[in-house]
Write a protein that binds this ligand. Structure first.
Ligand SMILES: Cc1cc2nc3c(=O)[nH]c(=O)nc-3n(C[C@H](O)[C@H](O)[C@H](O)COP(=O)(O)OP(=O)(O)OC[C@H]3O[C@@H](n4cnc5c(N)ncnc54)[C@H](O)[C@@H]3O)c2cc1C
Length: 426
């Protein structure tokens, strides 16, 4: 594996958060050679979190979300052009416009896209939206500002919950539909998801949990309502499909890399690996598209869709590609936030596989609390609802795999009286 400073041409595929921060890290590590950033969107990198919050409420126009950058001149931006293929033997990226880019170092940061509605024709109906990009958010903002009679949000994950909360902020009637028993319960379980659901209900969201959307119906060529699997019909003039994300890895088909809809596989440093597990020393990946073995979780491969992770991993692999820090594995503790109306949910660590949860701070009935998740007697994650200032203490416990139930200065009650429950994943 090369350990010398990078010489030659660096190429970044994906002009998003990870692509930008990775390119900046290469420059900060001393790489001053030619650098090309390729993006299929027509825009310089912009921030996505405001799209489902401030942009939808109308507090921020979609076109002012561009990310600040230290890159300056000396970068070739190729925007509005997708990468369509990768030839690792010849070290070239093939482009949708028929051209190619040769590379000496390549950063894969092609992110994810919104998972489309299951029936294509229904998903294309006027009145049906999803949010991944700036244009999606601008279009949905226009539709919400026009004062629809009813909005149906399909999927009660983080983005679905945020959109439902925005609708209430705007005074719009909204139904939030999901087969799970409570919002977010697939990720954080019912013990924490139920009180979050209560907050949405109290703000006027029509929660349709344990309900599966089956068809999007049309009238006069426009979306007119959601038919649920149980036969119930919810009349609405706007549908927001919030069914999670699909990773943009199709362009890697035929490259020999280990990649599928769940991400492109990396080794512990961030170099991508081929189908036989061998790292490619000229290519690294970062952000939503990267699936990597996390040392805090027994080396299990994870792909995270978190803003903070995209930044941290991109900085790590940017240095790696530039020839610095070759020996260090990437091991940042995952963290995430979500603003849902006036409620802020923040998490550290990964809840997956948790076998117990303890409310260590505050009270779910008061809608301000911190829950710590344990697996096999160790702390693996914490979620704070309107109590984020305590999270750093728990982040440290997760980083050190401290015993569960925790014994930390941030507990606001005696350890022996902690209420330990089943997380209730569903
Ligand atoms: C609406 C929304 C709200 C969010 N809110 C939060 C939040 O509150 N908190 C939080 O922690 N995280 C949040 N996230 C997640 C966070 O924004 C992502 O984790 C982050 O954007 C990931 O950055 P990325 O660079 O890996 O991917 P992306 O931001 O997806 O950037 C990848 C770029 O690559 C482009 N691309 C894809 N394929 C190709 C190709 N073949 N050729 C060229 N270019 C290509 C894409 O079009 C895109 O521009 C939110 C995401 C969304 C969509």
């Amino acid at each position: 594996m090369p350990t010398t400073p990078l010489q030659g041409h660096a190429v970044v595929v994906g002009a998003g958060l990870a692509g930008l921060r990775g390119a900046e890290a290469m420059r900060a590590a001393g790489f001053d050679g030619p650098l090309t950033i390729l993006g299929d969107e027509p825009y310089r990198p912009y921030d996505r979190p405001p799209l489902s919050k401030h942009v939808l409420t109308g507090h921020l126009p979609a076109d002012v979300t561009q990310l600040p950058s230290s890159l300056g001149d000396g970068v070739a931006w190729r925007l509005g052009v997708a990468a369509t293929g990768l030839d690792r033997d010849r070290r070239i990226v093939r482009l949708a416009d028929g051209g190619t880019l040769s590379y000496d170092a390549l950063l894969i940061a092609s992110g994810t896209r919104a998972r489309p509605w299951v029936h294509d024709d229904e998903g294309r109906l006027p009145g049906v939206f999803s949010i991944r990009g700036r244009d999606d958010a601008a279009a949905l903002r226009t539709a919400l500002a026009a004062g629809p009679r009813h909005v149906a949000v399909i999927g009660a994950g983080f983005i679905g919950c945020e959109v439902a909360a925005v609708c209430r902020d705007l005074g719009l009637p909204v139904s939030l539909i999901d087969p799970s028993p409570s919002p977010l319960s697939r990720v954080i379980g019912r013990t924490v998801g139920d009180p979050i659901g209560e907050v949405h209900r109290s703000r006027g969201v029509d929660l349709r949990m344990n309900c599966e959307a089956d068809r999007l119906e049309a009238s006069d060529g426009r979306f007119s309502g959601v038919l649920l699997k149980d036969g119930t019909r919810i009349a609405a003039d706007i549908a927001v499909v919030a069914l999670g994300a699909v990773r943009n890895t199709e362009w890697l088909e035929g490259s020999g890399l280990s990649a599928d809809a769940g991400g492109v596989d990396c080794d512990e440093h961030g170099f991508v690996i081929d189908g036989r597990g061998r790292p490619d020393p000229f290519i690294a990946a970062a952000g939503d598209v990267a699936r990597f073995p996390h040392p805090l979780y027994g080396g299990r491969r994870v792909a995270l869709e978190h803003w903070g992770h995209a930044v941290a991993q991109a900085e790590h692999v940017g240095r790696l590609l530039a020839g610095e820090d070759r020996g260090l594995p990437y091991a940042a503790v995952p963290n995430f936030w979500s603003t849902q109306g006036d409620m802020v949910v923040k998490s550290v660590g990964l809840t997956e596989g948790a076998d117990a949860v303890a409310i260590v701070h505050g009270d779910p009935k008061e809608r301000r609390f911190v829950a710590v998740y344990g697996r096999a007697g160790r702390c693996i994650a914490a979620v704070a609802v309107d109590s984020a200032r305590w999270l750093p203490a728990y982040s440290r416990l997760i980083e050190t795999a401290a015993p569960f139930p925790p014994d930390a200065p941030a507990l606001d009650r005696p350890r022996k009286s902690l209420d330990i429950r089943d997380p209730g994943f569903a």
